[in-house]
Design a protein around this ligand. Structure first.
Ligand code: NAD
Length: 497
């Protein structure tokens, strides 16, 4: 593979050091990525700071640039997807979908309105709220969806008028570096910078004095460090962290109908999905049937290298994750779990693990209590719905959840009792869209991404009060029949592609 460079100030920058990138399908290094040192990070931050003043001024230019960026990435989709599969392991079709999703986010944010909100415009005076950009955004991404989760930050940050320094995970830096290279001709120099390197680079970036806003996705333990690093400077911070997302299967659910949605809600991307179903609570009446259906799907799933046609589950992305899943499955079996499907690593090179379904497990066993982030799903039996709700909520996390039932109203009532950022009925994670806020309760995060809520999080409100409307300022937009009083931003979904 051709060596990729970092993007700093609109130009290529080679690393002060190097970073080996492993192909998880072989467990062998196949590329070297640049590793930035502190001086190089300073250069990137200074470039972003230098580009801020001009970039924040022209909203139309920013919208046009986001659309052009989406076009350039869409044109390069096949190459980007191949690189993504090579470093992350996911099947090529999913890698393509991830790049397409990143383009969707860029286009969505090009279309969202960020108008000043006029709250008073009458004989007594004029009051207006604008949403001002913050400055340099430090964006830090994990390895499970490197491009999508990076662009979730970059698109709204740039749209709001900020400039960005993005750091991908050291496990999966290549596709993000390629995105930086592709966008050099599209965005003004310094507006979008990409630096790569091992974890300490993330710590330097999060604590950097020029960063006014830190947008972080990753593990809860790391999120705490990011938050601590923001304190002296009072940096604005958002954290998208881990989860232990429950699915509750009600006694009236039909296992044959729900099994497929539930299975892929847990196993997509090998379970390396912040909002994947991580534990299932099933009513005793449905238990045997559901386990049988899930085990059949696990047994039929095609596991192999992501670039091979027809593969549905690739390897786990790194050796740490591979060992963790193996350890948690072993621990569950040691504590009496029954293996209904899978059960261990595949006997081949690379980080392959069988899709595994476990029964006979209870709360208190590690695989139920902790975030496994891998292809192993514990099924826990309950007799009483109130008890299932209490157990589902009995965690420090609160990212997403789902309720499965043939009775929409009953399921919706149960869903409303779950303490998390997103809950779906008869689907899992269906609210992952550019126009809906995504964020975790409790240890699963701080703040939200996506939609106008995510966009506004890259701004600060500024109030202007004058005795009368200044000439260059907007008046109160005429209210359409039945409209609420005027508000800034678009209605959810209004500008969604
Ligand atoms: P991680 O926290 O180890 O790393 C995430 C990023 O932070 C990487 O780029 C890493 O280099 C960087 N980093 C490491 N130490 C840092 C520090 N002290 N300061 C600043 N940055 C630092 O997480 P990971 O292993 O890459 O990702 C897996 C975790 O991410 C899981 O817990 C998963 O649930 C979570 N995740 C959450 C979401 C969400 O939206 N809620 C999405 C995807 C993944």
């Amino acid at each position: 593979m051709t060596e990729l460079s970092m993007t700093v100030g609109g130009a290529a920058l080679a690393g002060a050091g190097g970073l080996e990138v492993i192909d998880p399908a072989t467990a062998e290094a196949f590329a070297t990525a640049p590793a930035a040192d502190r001086d190089q990070l300073d250069t990137a931050m200074a470039a972003a700071q230098g580009a801020f003043d001009a970039w924040r001024r022209d909203d139309d230019a920013r919208r046009a640039a986001l659309l052009a960026a989406a076009d350039v990435l869409a044109a390069a989709l096949p190459t980007l997807a191949t690189t993504l599969t090579a470093e992350q392991g996911k099947p090529l079709a999913e890698a393509r979908a991830e790049i397409a999703g990143a383009c969707l986010w860029l286009r969505y944010y090009a279309g969202v309105e960020l108008r000043p909100e006029v709250v008073q415009d009458d004989s007594r005076g004029y009051a207006r709220i604008t949403r001002n950009p913050l400055g340099v955004v430090a964006a830090i991404a994990p390895w499970n969806f490197p491009v999508a989760l990076g662009l979730w930050k970059v698109a709204p940050a740039l749209r709001a008028g900020n400039t960005v320094v993005l750091k991908p995970s050291p496990d999966t830096p290549l596709t993000t570096l390629a995105v930086g290279e592709l966008l050099r001709p599209v965005l003004p120099a310094g507006v979008f910078n990409v630096v790569s390197g091992p974890d300490p680079l993330g710590a330097w970036l999060a604590a950097h004095p020029l960063a006014r806003r830190v947008s972080f996705t990753g593990a809860t333990a790391t999120g705490r460090k990011v938050l601590a690093a923001s304190v002296d400077d009072l940096k604005r911070v958002s954290l998208e962290l881990g989860g232990n997302d429950p699915a509750i299967v009600l006694p009236d659910a039909d296992p044959a109908r729900i099994a497929e949605g539930l299975f892929w809600g847990a196993f997509r991307n090998n379970g390396q999905f912040c909002l994947a179903v991580k534990r299932v609570y099933v009513h005793r009446r449905r238990h045997a049937e559901l386990v049988e259906a899930l085990a059949a799907l696990a047994g039929a799933a095609v596991v192999g290298p992501g670039h091979v046609d027809g593969v549905q589950l690739g390897p786990l992305t790194n050796v740490r994750q591979f060992r963790r899943v193996t350890e948690l499955v072993g621990d569950a079996v040691h504590h009496g779990a029954t293996v209904a499907a899978g059960g261990g690593p595949l006997d081949r090179p690379g980080y392959f693990h069988e899709p595994t379904v476990l029964t006979g497990v209870e709360d208190g066993v590690r695989i139920v209590d902790e975030e496994q982030f891998g292809p192993a799903l514990p099924i826990v039996v309950y007799d009483d719905v109130d008890d299932a709700v209490a157990r589902a909520n009995g965690t420090s996390f609160g990212l997403t959840a789902s309720v499965w039932s043939s009775d929409l109203d009953h399921a919706t009532a149960v869903a409303a009792r779950l303490d998390c950022g997103q809950v779906c009925v008869n689907a899992h994670g269906a609210g992952l869209r550019p126009d809906l806020p995504f964020g975790g309760h409790r240890w699963s995060g701080l703040g939200v991404e996506n939609g106008r809520w995510g966009l506004e999080s890259f701004t600060e409100p500024q109030v202007l009060v004058t005795p009368a409307r200044p000439a260059a300022n907007p008046g109160t937009p005429p209210a359409a029949p039945g409209d609420e009083p005027p508000a800034g931003g678009s209605a959810p979904g209004e500008t969604a592609p």
